[in-house]
Write a protein that binds this ligand. Structure first.
Ligand SMILES: [Zn+2]
Length: 335
């Protein structure tokens, strides 16, 4: 009470002064009072002193301390940069590289934003067609994979090429392409007018996580299948990017790229081969003498955009493993 009263008097007396001198005036009397009550029992805690003593005599402990503080700082920085969100979601920064010959191929910023929105919806399980997931697959649906995407840059470059191959030329400046932006830290997406592989038109292709950080690391998509507005039906709902980014995050084709193959995920029923178009549910395949209803509505099948609307929990685990701080694509968590 005495301290408060004194403070109030000083405050009244000094009210015409600026706040700096006011606080200076306030500090001295308070210190004096502290000194006069030095023998009062005050709160004390010895943790830091005890720690310092222990650190002095134990090198292993010192090393653990340094690592602890470094990890803490790293985590705080990741939060600050928005790369690892408060709920543990990793927000992958995306660079879109557009190589265009025609105006239509020079996809608009709005269409790029639309594509990022599709990726975010599909990878968080908030896509509006998630309600079409059959009851039998609802229990193994991934829901939120805890991966999101954020556009950080768009690079545009005119080209005279009408068609590109899967030989990564679009990623080489010497071939008229655009070099990847820091592929360890950014998901690079290249958009080209048209792509072919072995004489056939393809929608896109991706590198798997063993290529993390290499010059050719990323996803290539042909412009007609990128985004939604102005895209080419039936691949005009942005699902080509969802599928290719699935590969980029270590997901295989759901049929395991072989007859009755293995996609390394246990909750996706073994199926004979790829499905196309809009299959009607249920669709049964027999592999190894066992008949199963297959998950053709999975993003990693080949069905039309409107017919794919889920990842499985097993696929989520693979994605999570890759973007974990110990994973092949942990660089995506850091700038
Ligand atoms: Zn694929």
């Amino acid at each position: 009470m005495k301290k408060l009263l004194f403070g109030a008097i000083v405050l009244g007396f000094m009210s015409a002064c600026n706040s700096d001198s006011l606080s200076n005036q306030n500090e001295n009397p308070a210190n004096k009072e502290d000194a006069s009550s030095a023998d009062m029992f005050k709160r004390g805690c010895a943790s830091e002193e005890v720690r310092q003593e222990a650190l002095k005599s134990n090198a292993e402990l010192r090393q653990k301390f340094v690592t602890l503080e470094a990890n803490t700082e790293k985590f705080a920085n990741e939060l600050k940069l928005g790369k690892v969100l408060a709920d543990g979601t990793v927000e992958i920064p995306v660079v879109v590289n557009v190589l265009y010959k025609t105006t239509a191929e020079n996809v608009s910023d709005a269409r790029i934003a639309e594509q990022i929105a599709v990726l975010n919806a599909d990878f968080t399980g908030t896509n509006t067609d998630a309600n079409k997931i059959p009851v039998e697959f609802q229990t193994v649906s991934a829901g939120d994979t805890k991966v999101k995407f954020k556009l950080v840059n768009t690079i545009r470059k005119a080209t005279t090429k009408t068609s590109w191959a899967t030989n990564d030329d679009m990623k080489k400046v010497s071939k008229g392409g655009i070099a990847a932006t820091s592929p360890s830290n950014y998901l690079n997406i290249w958009i080209v007018g048209k792509m072919t592989s072995q004489g056939k038109t393809i929608l896109g292709y991706a590198t798997f996580p063993e290529s993390a950080g290499l010059w050719n690391d990323g996803v290539a998509i042909a412009a007609p299948y990128f985004g939604k507005t102005g895209a080419s039906s039936p691949f005009n709902l942005g699902r080509t990017a969802t599928h290719e980014v699935g590969h980029y995050l270590n997901l295989r084709h759901i049929w395991g790229d072989a007859n009755c193959g293995n996609d390394q995920v246990t909750d996706t029923p073994t199926q004979t081969t790829a499905n196309y178009g809009k299959p009607s549910y249920p669709l049964y395949n027999t592999c190894g003498g066992v008949q199963r209803s297959v998950m053709f509505m999975n993003y990693m099948d080949y069905v039309d955009d409107a017919a794919m609307f889920m990842f499985s929990a097993g696929q989520k685990a693979r994605v999570q493993s890759v973007i974990a701080s110990t994973g092949a694509r942990s660089g995506l968590r850091l700038y």
